[in-house]
Ligand binder design. Sequence first.
Ligand SMILES: *Cc1c(COP(=O)(O)O)cnc(C)c1O
Ligand SMILES: [Zn+2]
Length: 426
Amino acid sequence: MAVQTVASTTHSVDLGPAAALSCRECGHRVPLGPVFACEECFGPLEIAYDFSGYDTEELRRRIEAGPASIWRYAPLLPVPADVAGKPNLNPGWTKLVKADNLARELGVTGGLYIKDDSGNPTHSFKDRVVAQALEAARAFGFTTLSCSSTGNLAGAVGAAAARAGFRSCVFIPHDLEQGKVVMAAIYGGELVGIEGNYDDVNRFCSELIGDPAGEGWGFVNVNLRPYYAEGSKTLAYEICEQLGWQLPDQIVVPIASGSQLTKIDKGLRELVELGLVEDRPYKIFGAQAEGCSPVSTAFKAGHDVVRPQKPNTIAKSLAIGNPADGPYVLDIARRTGGAVEDVTDEQVVDAIKLLARTEGVFAETAGGVTVGVTRKLIENGVLDPAKTTVVLNTGDGLKTLDAVAGTGLTATIRPTLDSFREAGLA
Ligand SMILES: *Cc1c(COP(=O)(O)O)cnc(C)c1O
Ligand SMILES: [Zn+2]
C-alpha cells in the first residue's frame, strides 16, 4: 500500500476538531496524514473527531451566525478554525427549493424539496469535498492538486487550485461531455484525458501516487480521500438547518463511488449526537442509472458485496463501475429502511425535463437520476409520499446539454404576425 510521507506531516497539523484517522473496519487509529487505507486490514480510513467541549446551544448560535457557506460548519469539519479567511471557493449554503409543483405531479403530500447543488461555484456538489481536501493539502505541504474524475471533480479541483495558488493536474476519461471538459480546462491547470473509463483513470492515479512522478501531489479523492469525503456531510447539515433543525424523513441521493451517501448518513448522525436535531428515524435512498447500477443490482439481489460493472449511461458523472463505498451504501440503505434503485437513460432525460418544467431547476443527468428514481420509488410504493422528502440535484444541466439535445426552438418564423399565426402560436 502506498503510504506517502511528506516532510513535517505528522507535526503541528491543525485541522480543527479532526483528531486522528480511524479505520472504518477495525478501528485502528493513526495520526492525521495523507493516507487512506488501514495498514492493518486495508479498510478505508475516516476522520475521528474530538467534539467534546461543544455546548449544543452555543454551537447552534455559532453556526447560525457563521458565513453563508459550508464554513458555518467549520467546527464539525477537518479544517482550521480560520478556514473562511483562506483563499478558497467558499462553496455550499445552496438553496433548498420547496418543490410544490413537482410534488403535485408526483403525488407527494408530505413536503418535497430539491437540494440544488448546481448553485455551487463550479456548478456541482464537488466544490464541497474539494474545499476539505484543499485544507488537508495545505496542512500536509502538497503543492499540486490532482484527482481522478468523472468530470465535475476535475472542474472543482481546477478552480480551487487556481484560487488557492496550487498547481493542478487532473485526469478524466477521454470521452466526457464537452461542458465538463471546458469547465475543467478553463482554470488553467493541466487536464489529461485517459483512454479508458473512470475505473481505468482511478487505477492509473493509484499507480502515480506510488511513483516518484506523483511526489508532492495531493490526489483529492485518493490520498486525501478521508478529508475530501467529509465535505459531503455539509449537505446533511444544510438540509437539516434549512428545514429548521429537523431531520427529513427521506433523502434520495445519487451514487457514484457512494462516498456522498455514506457521509450524508454520518452527518445526520452527528447532528443527532450533538443534540442539534431531535432523533427520529430517517430513510436514505440511493439512486443510480441502469447503465451503471452495481449498487442497486446488489441491493435488489440481497448481496453484501458489489460486483463491478462496465458503465454505459448518459449519467457520466455517476459512471463508476467499481464503487469504493458500495458495501457501506448497502448497509445504510438497509439499516435505515431505505432502498437503492435505478432508472433508464430515457427516464433520466424525462426526469430532467420534468424538474425543469415544474420547478425551473435545470439538472444535470445525475439530478435526472435522483428525480427519476424518486418517481419510480413512489410508483412502486417504496417511498412514502406522505413523508418529508429531500431529493438531491448535485449538478448543473448546462454541463450535460447533449442529454437533452432534442430540446430547442418551438418554431422558426419570419418577423411578421402572419408568420406567427401560421405557426399556430397565436
Ligand atoms: C461525484 C458526483 C456525485 C457523487 O459521487 P460519490 O462518488 O458517490 O460521492 C453525485 N453527483 C454528481 C453530479 C457528481 O459529480
Ligand atoms: Zn483496519
